[in-house]
Design a protein around this ligand. Structure first.
Ligand code: AR6
Length: 176
């Protein structure tokens, strides 16, 4: 089987030309701050209009799930919106919900015929998930799901700050 790669980069996910970029959205799907705000600003108003339609049709998106839209003014082809858990101490299902964000996004990308997907560090901003723990879950979920999604050739973890970048680089050295 052809190779599947996992890359770690430091940068702004809105600038990536991957087939899909993943948005760390909230369950309303109607935009917000952080990476969600940056993606909506860069994509333009068409993205919000499509998110509104999805929200009206299915009542938003629960934590751990994912939906897909067009990319409008972004350089990628599609945007996958997933909703991470709010960190509440770790005993309210947060690890499973965070893993599900990565897994469901990969399955959705595969089902749409996409080959490359870029993830931000879901839940580690406004939702306060501890960074080391979140990064371990991200790698673990991706490594475990990749065999089920052979169409996905490239997974890119896009870190926006040096602390997350360091954590991801260390994990990549140890895992791969
Ligand atoms: N590119 C890549 N990563 C980014 C960018 C960017 N342009 N901007 C921020 N990050 P957050 P959450 C990183 O808060 O914790 C929103 O209001 C950031 O450094 O965006 O899942 C939503 O509407 C952090 O590491 O998402 C929800 O209400 C990571 O992205 C809520 O925040 C995630 O931080 C979701 O919170």
């Amino acid at each position: 089987m052809a190779e599947q790669t996992i890359e770690v980069i430091l940068g702004d996910i809105t600038a990536l030309a991957a087939d899909a970029i993943v948005n760390a959205a909230n369950s309303s799907l109607l935009g917000g701050g952080g990476v969600d705000g940056a993606i909506h600003r860069a994509a333009g108003p068409g993205l919000l209009a499509e998110c509104r339609e999805i929200a009206a049709r299915q009542g938003g998106c629960p934590a751990g799930e994912a939906v897909i839209t067009g990319a409008y003014n972004l350089s990628c082809r599609r945007v996958i919106h997933t909703v991470g858990p709010v960190w509440n101490g770790g005993s309210r299902g947060e690890p499973g919900l965070l893993a599900s964000c990565y897994r469901k996004s990969l399955l959705l990308a595969q089902s749409e015929g996409l080959e490359s997907i870029a993830f931000p560090n879901i839940s580690t901003g406004v939702y306060r998930y501890p960074r080391q723990a979140a990064a371990e879950i991200a790698f673990d979920a991706v490594v475990k799901t990749l065999p089920e999604v052979p169409g996905i050739r490239r997974v890119i973890f896009v870190c926006f700050d040096r602390e997350n970048f360091g954590i991801y680089e260390d994990l990549k050295k140890n895992i791969i």
